[in-house]
Design a protein around this ligand. Structure first.
Ligand code: KIV
Ligand code: ZN
Length: 459
């Protein structure tokens, strides 16, 4: 029996904080397209923009609020009347509107940016929330730079805004300065000290300047936060925001450590990442966790062999669980015979042991010259077997067919005919370990969803 898991609200700010990252700005049509995808992804809140920032932002928030009806639609506002009025104007036709008000609270910001005292800060926050509350039931407050704010003062501001009607208290690590143990402790302090905290939702908004945004968000949730603010692919100001897909999958893959659930639809994660990248033209870092092109790619021979025998050897979640079409074995100079043979089979070619050895030798030499052996290289290499010697391309060595070679690819491109002996399906030799001892044979060389599910909760 599984224990009850607390439900975490996923607040997506790809269209607001994410859009603030260099090169990631989007027009109204693009924002609308992405908002529909975020809806399919199952996020609970879409922060659609900062309506006072520009007419374009205002129109985008208004358009999203009027057509995307399931999630809460939030609009950002500074703690002043014109911002809050403009945000409400854009949001008022939403099925579930939220006004998100922020005001910096750290001494550095008060002194150098806002030039106001602590007392003035408390009063401004209180007034702003009262005004927002007079327009909209759902009001979120963010004390900007909370992690560099003296905790005592932070709690004073939070007391005031809870009393004024805030329903969510978002704690931003605006400059990505905190570390997980400290951030978790701050959430605990807030839960212990702020009056009326039991009636509001605590949220975490983490930036990635030290590469700890996701770890900090998870620490906050472990300490009692029940909303996480995040973005697709972790885009956002400077080094970005906590990545939505990493937070969600950490909870799914490690429910023993993070016994929480979200409404995110796993197989919409990769399509969302791809759509964002396509719209902004900003590629996803290849080794990005969950959504990077190498996240499920295995190149080393030992890894490829293991994954083909049983994906659990090197994959902690299935590619399908996040919407990646299939695990991709990258064929390169570290690849082994097993992976080569599997790829050849996928391309319609079967070899016996000797023919495979021969193809493999040529493959390794080719892989030494080019980084990744793509399918078309492999096909060329296979077909080259029966070409007259002079016609081999400079890249690919001429293959002298071994006696028992079974490849005979017709020029038509149809699957090859057996040469003289019938094709023996791979593997033709028993599996042995490096010392020659037989290995257990797995019937399921493919992803077995049920087996994965036994191991990984609900992925
Ligand atoms: O990082 C930050 O402090 C923000 C606030 C506006 C929530 O983005
Ligand atoms: Zn931010």
């Amino acid at each position: 029996m599984t224990a009850e898991r607390a439900r975490i609200t996923v607040f997506d700010t790809t269209l607001r904080d994410g859009e603030q990252s260099p090169g990631c700005s989007m027009n109204q049509q693009e924002k609308l397209r992405l908002a529909h995808q975020l809806d399919r992804l199952g996020v609970d809140v879409i922060e659609a923009g900062f309506p006072i920032a520009s007419d374009g932002d205002f129109e985008s928030v208004r358009a999203i609020a009027s057509v995307v009806r399931r999630p809460i639609i939030a609009g950002l506002a500074r703690a002043c009347r014109p911002d809050i009025e403009r945000a409400w104007e854009a949001l008022q036709h939403a099925a579930r509107p939220r006004i998100h008000v922020f005001l910096a609270t750290s001494d550095i910001h008060l002194q150098y940016k806002l030039r106001i005292t602590r007392d003035q800060c408390v009063e401004q926050a209180r007034e702003a929330i009262r005004f927002a509350k007079s327009l909209c039931e759902d009001v979120e407050f963010s004390p900007e730079d909370a992690t560099r704010t003296e905790p005592e003062f932070l709690c004073r501001v939070l007391d005031a805004v809870v009393e004024a009607g805030a329903t969510t208290l978002n704690i931003p690590d605006t400059v990505g300065y905190t570390v997980p143990s400290e951030f978790g402790a701050l959430i605990t302090t807030i839960r212990q000290r702020v009056k009326g905290i039991e009636n509001v939702v605590i949220s975490a908004h983490c930036h990635n300047d030290l590469g700890m945004a996701v770890a900090n968000a998870l620490a906050a949730v472990s300490a009692g936060a029940r909303q996480v603010e995040c973005t697709i692919n972790g885009i956002g100001e400077r080094a970005g925001n906590a990545s939505l897909e990493e937070i969600v999958m950490a909870m799914r893959v490690r429910p023993d450590r993070y016994p929480f659930e979200t409404g995110v639809v796993g197989d919409q994660i990769f399509p969302s990442s791809q759509m964002l990248s396509e719209i902004t033209g900003v590629p996803v870092q290849p080794n990005k966790a969950i959504t990077g092109r190498n996240a499920f790619a295995h190149e080393a021979g030992i890894h490829q062999d293991g994954v083909l025998k049983n994906p659990l050897t090197y994959e902690i979640m299935t590619p399908q669980s996040v919407g990646v079409p299939d695990s991709k074995l990258v064929l390169g100079k570290h690849s082994g015979r097993h992976a080569l043979s599997m790829r050849c089979e996928q391309l319609g070619y079967s070899f016996d042991r000797r023919a495979l050895d021969d193809i493999y030798r040529r493959f390794v030499r080719l892989a030494d010259k080019i980084k990744h052996v793509e399918d078309h290289h492999l096909l060329e290499l296979i077909r080259d077997t029966h070409k007259p010697s002079g016609s081999a391309t400079p890249l690919i060595e001429k293959i002298v067919p071994p006696q028992a070679a079974v490849v005979n690819a017709p020029a038509s491109g149809l699957p090859p005919e057996p040469a003289s002996e019938p094709v023996k399906p791979f593997p033709v030799a028993p599996h042995t370990n490096p010392f020659g001892a037989p290995l257990p044979v797995h019937g399921d060389a493919h992803h077995e969803q049920t087996q994965q599910e036994d191991y990984l909760w609900g992925v």
